[in-house]
Design a protein around this ligand. Sequence first.
Ligand code: PHB
Length: 394
Amino acid sequence: MRKATTLLAIALLGASVPAAAQTIKIGFITSYSGLNGNLGPYMERAVRLYTKLHEKELPRGVKIEFLVRDDTGPNPDKAKQLAQELIVRDKVNLLAGVIFTPNALAIAPLATEAKVPFVIMNAGTSMITTRSPYIARLSFTLWQSCYPLGQWAAKRFKTSYTMVSDFGPGHDCEDAFARAAKENGGQVVGSVRVPLQNPDFVPFIQRVKDAKPDALMVFIPAGKTATAVMKNFSELGLDKAGIKLIGPGDITTDEELPNMGDVALGVITVHHYSAAATRPANKAFVEAWKKEYGANETPNFVAVGAYDGAALIVEAIKQQKGKLDPDKTMEIFKHWKDANSPRGPISIDPETRDIIQPEYLREVKKVNGQLANVELETLSQAEKDPWKELQKKK
Ligand code: PHB
């Protein structure tokens, strides 16, 4: 009885206190060092830009604070430790970020246990979202790009070879491409998996050259490794041997194009985002990015995943007037859509909590003297993760 009275007193006291300024804490885990450590800053800059442009829409007195942590690249132990500290010690309302699949998988059970919604802004292996009902993914899956790529490629090339990084997203891309190619009468004559860290591409690419396929499909994590592939591909003369280099957009990520140089010209990819896209929402995004970070800076697909992820978070905060309940937050996430993302119309699939988005066929070309991923065609207006669609049919 005494306890009940005390609780009631506290409740009444709480009710009479005017709403204090409130901070929504977001545990933001990304990669600033190690493999692809250049990608973290794209993610962080994107969430900061979105928040800056939209903070006036937040309920009065509500602020967003990002608690930024470096997971040091594909390092699940580190990612788990950081997420644990953010949940237990810092009492974050949400988790967000994460470039790498193994890190997202390590965080997933903690999100479930603590009921902390986790907004994935990159990691793209399809099954990640099945590991926690508190995950929503605003980035992509490799199936979303590699499956339509395989369908397209089968109609142009009789034979292809695949080369992927030996971890989740690489395996997904290899499977998706091979399945789509086969379904459409194409033939995958060989496939090779290269180590995620420090691969020496020369022996693998030589093997591909000897097999003489019409096309080589490559997935490696976006960044400097892609430049190494391009250079080896050209140095070993695969382009001169008439082999076409194709892949998901990770291999021609916008910020790496200047480092790749002309060897990237003509490479065909499928992806959801190109900084060179001419739709008005993208032009406005790129302009805002340059205004904030400098005329020579360009966003990339990691940036757009984080930008839209921040939009999702701001919407959940607005709808709940600054008081976040994890289950309500997930309900809001599941029904979120944006007809005007820089990548085109997007929404969250309420069944899978994965993004539905357009996929574009692109070619690296020179635009005003600079290499760009020029969108040629929209292969799908609203691509749902094909892997999950196939699971349903099983
Ligand atoms: C991933 O680990 O899921 C990942 C990393 C880099 C990419 C794509 C996917 O470019």
